[in-house]
Write a protein that binds this ligand. Sequence first.
Ligand code: CTP
Length: 399
Amino acid sequence: MIKLANKRVLLGVSGSIAAYKSAELVRLLRQQGAEVRVVMTATATEFVQPLTFQALSGNMVYSAWDDADRGDGMGHIELARWADAIIIAPASADLLARLRQGMANDLLTTLCLASDRMIAVAPAMNRLMWENAATQDNMAVLKQRGIHVLGPGTGGQACGEIGLGRMLEPDQLVQDISALFGSGILSGARLLLTAGPTREPIDAMRFLSNRSSGKMGYALAQAAIEAGADVTLISGPVALTAPARAKRRDVNSANEMYEAVMAEVPTHDIFISAAAVADYRPLEFSKEKVKRKANTIDLALTQNRDIVASVAALPNKPFVVGFAAETSDVERHARGKLQRKGLDMIAANQVGDGQGAEVDDNAMTLYWVEGSHHLEKTTKHKLARQMIAIIGEHYHAAT
Ligand code: CTP
């Protein structure tokens, strides 16, 4: 299995003799399907020529400040956005100290500050520098902030000493990086996803809708792409940018979402229904703006078709995952929906009291017929990665 299909790795190379090993790392990352762009610190360029990385990555190498604004349409913010992950290998003691301080005094540290993607560092330094309380303190803070640390390994060092501080070997790093990505668990799978609210028109100006921001669905789309899937995102109206590699179709009403899903689903292996689909729509739509008249007016509503249940009822149904946002009795309601709608899995959470639709942090429990898995409260991006890992496992077990 190609473990890094579709992944975009921004490889940061800082000043250490281990920089020469990163040339091999670029080759191995690409062999596993990753697209690689390399950013070097000024000191790194004294150890290895940028041309080496350019030839191996097939992309221009960024080092000086203005490199990222040089002609290929990749300003430094775009470069940060482009990446699915930033891997710094080797990470020198100096680089780690600057990262810990949140400094932005060169291109690489600036990109790290400007990114909300996964960051991993592979330290490389003399054993005494590694053992130094300052470095250990920096590592503790970086880990606490969610930065992944790969290694260091132990053994003979360029300075002649023996001990901890060697950068991990490139093949080991590729394995660790793949594991961080959830090992490309959805490599080659075609995933269809709905996200956001729907708008149910009342008249030319008005509609019924809900508080869904679409953030969870969009985070799932990003995580699925990172896990190697081809993603089609059917989105209700949201103020979010879709991941660059998702195929996005915009819809408004539940009816439009239903039609779009049914048209797409035959060519997909997994369906995740993250949209907050309106259960009802106004029975009648008025082309003219409804005028204010009586003190109270009636609005007759009629039920929308249940999209996720319709997909789950198809003869060649994909692996189907639904959502349940509940204000009480989460497990009972979620399991009821799992069974009633014929889903393979349901992701349930408690809403209200500052949890759910419009917040960035969430907890979630995944239920399937024989079991469940609780995911602790964290950002929607981290939650999405954990969910995709579990969905991927169950999808493979089911096929
Ligand atoms: N859903 C759907 N089509 C609908 C309504 C809901 O596909 N017309 C999907 C949602 O995307 C979600 C799941 O069904 O994945 C659960 O949605 P929810 O509104 O909680 O379910 P309901 O069956 O409407 O239950 P409730 O009575 O709690 O509203």
